[in-house]
Every structure is written in structure tokens, then in C-alpha cells.
Design a protein around this ligand. Structure first.
Ligand SMILES: [Zn+2]
Length: 322
């Protein structure tokens, strides 16, 4: 396969159930889109850029209430049981299946971590019991891998076992988040318009199609708990959510005891982009030779220049950990 070949032909090569290996062009496209969104939030909102691991402590996921609401998607990570007797017996078990009827769990240690089921869960434990600024919202941008077990519903297109999410998290007062919500809804629509996506918008109470969706602006958007940008293309004729703006209210800030420094409650909200889903929609809208087009769009608005070193000293990080 030529490294500069058409990325619409071989976007994903299946390496496992819901797992893909991506071609050169598709992975470049994913990287461009991820950098574009991260740079936008760093530049327009002075978001702190953070890096998060692929695993998270099970106790933090529990504290976030995830075991109550979405545990069906969670995968625990279990290292080998280091006990020599157990360790030595494993190859025999694996090759023959064990006559004593043991399962693989008998060879593993008790898990302490899970694979990240939702990106923003990483941010709350580091802010636990902290008072964040009431003057301006606390904003972070980060991207990483999310893992979901969709049971029988995995496929190679949209229901992936592992996928990349660029997430932007906002913590602040209700007033600040309400203002931001409108701006974030507008940004999401602008992304769809910039790349010429065929899309609809869904809120918890309404769906807006085509022209109607393009003409929506923040002032017309409901202050709704759910807002999704759903892209339609050949591989997703019924539509696939590529971005989702979620109001958490105090769902995470309360259990982690995060407040504002004026003593009022802190609320949180996140805007996440599913990078592979977005890239597929962008590639479909741009046709076979879209990569250069997309790169030139982004170059034109100057959003791909490095901003990582800019603004370094403006937000000294409450988040640096030893
Ligand atoms: Zn989130």
C-alpha cells in the first residue's frame, strides 16, 4: 500500500473485534483534527493542555458514579498473579485448557485499574477537595484513548473497542458554563460547516436537520443537558455522533468535593470529539483527495502552528503531580 494512497479505500484494517489499524493518510488526518481542536481551545480559551494515561484507578471511576450508571462498558486491567506456582502453570492452562476447569481469572491478580471509559474522569481526582477559581472557569484540553465494550455491537466503523477522544473540560459557575455552552455549541457547528459535513444536531429534546441545523446559533440553542453533532455519510447513513457537549452539573464535582473559591458550587461540562469518527466524516465529505484540502483549510486559519510553548506561564498548573 502506497503511503500516500487514498485513505478512503483502506481507512481501517481490522486487527481485532472493534480494533483497527489505520492507513498513513487516515492517521495524519486524525492527528490534524486532534491538533486543530486542541490548539483552538488552548488559544481561544487558554485551556491547560494535560496528558492522561489509558488507565484509571477503579476507585476513582467508582467515586465518579460510573459503576452505577455505565459499568457495562468497563474493562478491568488484571496483571498476572506473580505467585510462582500460578505463574508456571499458565502455559499449560493456555495450550490445553485446564482439566481442572480453571478460568483465566484464576491466573490473574485482583485488578486495581480499568481502561479509561470516559476521558474527563481523569480530571476530577486531581482536583478533589480543591477550590477552583470563581473569577474564570478552569479549562483543560487533552486527548487520549477511550475503551468501551459494546458486547455484540462492536464493528470496525463506529462502535470501536478503542478510540481517540479530544476532550475539553470546563469547571466553573453556572453563569460561566451557560455562556460557554452557547459558544461551544457554535464551535461544534462551525467545525461541521468548515469541513462541509452532512449533519444534524440532537439535543435531549430536539433534532435539527440540514439547513435548519446550519442556521442554528448559540442564542437559539437550548441550555440542554445533551447536545450532539451527528454526521451522515456513506458508512454511517443513519448518522454517527462525532461530537458531544455534556453538562455534568454537579455529578462529578460533588463526589470529588470540588468547589469554587467563593464558596459556591462548582459545575462541570465537557465537549468531546470522537477523532476517528470525525475523521471518517471529514474524509467522506472531502472525497478521495481531501487531506491536502483539509490541511490547507487549517493552515489558512493558522490553527496548526505550535501553541504548546505559548502561554506556558499563564496558567501555572494546579494539576502538576509528582
Ligand atoms: Zn467528558
Amino acid at each position: 500500500m502506497s503511503p500516500r494512497g487514498s485513505y478512503t479505500d483502506r481507512i481501517g484494517t481490522r486487527t481485532g473485534r472493534g480494533l483497527n489499524l489505520y492507513s498513513h493518510d487516515f492517521s495524519v488526518l486524525c492527528d490534524l483534527l486532534d491538533r486543530f481542536i486542541g490548539n483552538y481551545f488552548q488559544r481561544a480559551y487558554r485551556a491547560q493542555r494535560i496528558a492522561v494515561p489509558s488507565m484509571i484507578r477503579a476507585e476513582d471511576v467508582d467515586r465518579a458514579g460510573y459503576f452505577d450508571t455505565a459499568r457495562q462498558h468497563i474493562s478491568f486491567v488484571s496483571p498476572f498473579d506473580p505467585h510462582p506456582a500460578v505463574y508456571d502453570e499458565f502455559p499449560k492452562f493456555w495450550s490445553q485448557r485446564d482439566p481442572a476447569g480453571r478460568g483465566i481469572a484464576d491466573f490473574l491478580s485482583a485488578p486495581e485499574e480499568v481502561l479509561t471509559p470516559a476521558m474527563c474522569l481523569h480530571c476530577f481526582p486531581v482536583l478533589a477537595s480543591a477550590a477552583v477559581s470563581s473569577e474564570a472557569p478552569t479549562i483543560m484540553t487533552f486527548s487520549g484513548r477511550c475503551f468501551r465494550d459494546e458486547k455484540g455491537n462492536l464493528n470496525q466503523v463506529e462502535r470501536l473497542r478503542e478510540f481517540t477522544v479530544r476532550e475539553n473540560l470546563f469547571i466553573g459557575s453556572e453563569k460561566d458554563l451557560e455562556r460557554l455552552h452557547g459558544e461551544l455549541a457554535d464551535f461544534t457547528i462551525a467545525v461541521a460547516a468548515l469541513f462541509g459535513l452532512d449533519f444534524r444536531l440532537e439535543t435531549a429534546t430536539d433534532i435539527f436537520f440540514g439547513e435548519q441545523a446550519s442556521q442554528r446559533t448559540a442564542s437559539q440553542m437550548l441550555w440542554d443537558s445533551k447536545f450532539e453533532l451527528v454526521a451522515l455519510h456513506d458508512d454511517a447513513p443513519d448518522g454517527v455522533a462525532v461530537a458531544s457537549l455534556n453538562q455534568h452539573h454537579s455529578h462529578f464535582t460533588r463526589p470529588f468535593e470540588i468547589s469554587l473559591d467563593d464558596g459556591t458550587p462548582a459545575l462541570s461540562m465537557c465537549l468531546g470529539f470522537g477523532i476517528e469518527r470525525l475523521a471518517r466524516a471529514v474524509a467522506a465529505a472531502a472525497g478521495g483527495h481531501g487531506l491536502e484540502l483539509i490541511q490547507s483549510h487549517l493552515d489558512r486559519i493558522g490553527i496548526l502552528d505550535g501553541v504548546d510553548s505559548e502561554l506556558k506561564s499563564t496558567h501555572h498548573s494546579s494539576l502538576e503531580q509528582e
